[in-house]
Design a protein around this ligand. Structure first.
Ligand SMILES: *Cc1c(COP(=O)(O)O)cnc(C)c1O
Length: 354
């Protein structure tokens, strides 16, 4: 790790540089800016990383979630189980296809959905399971129902020896700048099914199927320029992941004796380390003070039932607790030992336990 500086400490910093620039230059020189070879190349790398047959590049993680639902034919009258603590896009897409998101509470410690709380009815078409912040969720404990993985933050994560993003009927990845691999904006849908992959490909590209358009679709394509940004990072994914795992270990060591719940994966799993999200009792106070000291910390994510779009859907104490306690710490490869010391020392002075 490099030495830090005394300037502010950023929350995230994408791992992009000369390799990405060279790859983008290739695309510009080729004159083919979309639907070109970089798209297929990126899809190949994503499929390989997720150990799954098919990957389809799309314009965002949210577009990936939207198309995954449509590929399964989910629409009005259907229900989809969604964890109550997640990035809101996970539930928004369910609402926007005309189906009903059924919120299920999360385990307040792991912050992932609690499979024991999932109830399947004849209307339940799928569970949208999130590997939150990269921590693999216990999918194998879910009832017998189609699983869509929201693996937006789980590229490189593994559940019981298997790659996340390859565990469900479909997997959804994001390449937003706060994810381990970024294209600026972007995403992908993965699936072991050739038929589902074809549906996603068609929906991504206006609904075209060879020279016919049997049903309308979207323009959710990812340009070759953006695929070029993602490719070098995908090729060095193991390296990027190892660097994040080292950073997580360095944080854990520094936070060991503090009243801070540090993130980890279940025994036998590999955490994806999209973000480093701890839990503390006095989160709001800690967050405010960290920011005042130039440390760019952030909340974890949202308790959906506390947003206008999803209030009145029930009481979810696990999600409420996670929402109140979760704190994302600065987490990227430019952080040095001194930066981590600075964050840990600040936390040592701020965190109280009750
Ligand atoms: C980032 C993220 C998304 C949305 O991805 P975008 O690419 O920003 O649309 C959805 N779900 C989870 C869990 C995420 O972390």
């Amino acid at each position: 790790m490099v030495q830090g500086t005394d300037a502010g400490i950023r929350l995230a910093w994408p791992d992009v540089g000369a390799d990405e620039l060279a790859e983008v230059a290739d695309v510009l020189a080729s004159g083919q800016l979309t639907m070109g070879p970089k798209v297929a190349e990126l899809e190949g790398e994503v499929a390989r990383a997720c150990e799954v047959e098919h990957a389809v590049a799309v314009s965002s993680g949210t577009a990936a979630l939207h198309l995954a639902l449509l590929a399964l034919g989910i629409g009005p009258g259907d229900e989809v189980v969604v964890p109550a603590y997640t990035f809101p896009a996970t539930a928004n897409v369910v609402t926007l296809v005309g189906a009903r998101p059924v919120l299920v509470d999360v385990d307040p410690e792991t912050m992932n959905l609690d499979p024991a709380k999932v109830e399947v009815t004849p209307r339940t078409k799928a569970v949208l399971a999130v590997h939150l912040f990269g921590r693999p969720a216990p999918l194998e404990q879910l009832p017998d129902v189609s699983v869509i993985e929201d693996a937006a933050g789980a590229l490189g994560a593994r559940r019981a020896g298997r790659a996340c993003g390859g565990l469900g009927a479909l997997g959804c990845l994001s390449f937003h700048p706060r994810k381990i691999v970024t294209t600026g904006e972007g995403g992908a849908v993965t699936t072991p099914s050739a038929e589902l992959a074809e549906r996603v490909r068609s929906l991504r590209h206006h609904g075209w199927r060879s020279d016919d358009m049997p049903a309308p679709g979207f323009n959710y394509r990812l340009s070759d320029i953006l695929c070029a940004v993602g490719l070098p990072q995908l090729r060095r994914l193991a390296e990027l992941h190892a660097a994040r795992a080292r950073l997580a270990a360095a944080y854990e060591e520094r936070l060991r004796d503090l009243p801070v719940l540090a993130p980890r994966a279940d025994e036998g799993d590999v955490h994806g380390w999209q973000a480093y999200v701890v839990q503390v009792d006095n989160r709001d106070e800690v967050l405010k003070s960290l920011r005042a000291q130039g440390v760019e910390a952030q909340i974890g994510t949202y308790a959906l039932h506390r947003l206008g779009a999803y209030n009145g859907l029930g009481s979810f104490p696990g999600a409420a607790r996670a929402f109140e306690r979760a704190l994302a710490l600065p987490f990227h490869s430019r952080l040095g030992e001194r930066d981590l010391d600075r964050v840990a020392e600040a936390l040592d002075k701020l965190v109280t336990s009750h």
